[in-house]
Design a protein around this ligand. Sequence first.
Ligand code: ZN
Ligand code: MN
Length: 136
Amino acid sequence: MMKYKEIGFKLTPQRLAILDYLEGNTAHPSAEEIDRALSEKFPTMSLATVYNTLETLRQKGLVQELSIDPDKKRFDPNIRPHNHLMCIDCRRIIDVHTNFDLSLNDRDKANFIVLGHHVEFYGRCPECRKAAEGRA
Ligand code: ZN
Ligand code: MN
């Protein structure tokens, strides 16, 4: 994801732990999940620290903030353009690497320079479908 020394902010043990947690993480965690995962080993970890660190990383373009989950922001250390698929039951988010040709016609483009797009898919994962069948 990133070279620690290039980030340009003071690396406290808490911030370093957050960076380590995010490195290669494909689970698209929320700030709350990161806080929960790290607060046992780092008792001084707080949700505020997690939020502030994520916001700094986002401003520096080192982490993507995803809005696919309507309940909470989710974070992705993979900053390359890609799309996402979320299970509406367990809120698991997986990467979608299919490329879509989503060029806008001139009318819709309205003289904007379009820099990118993000496609959000919603569905039900195999585990949740199985659980639903078990209840039926
Ligand atoms: Zn699911
Ligand atoms: Mn992703």
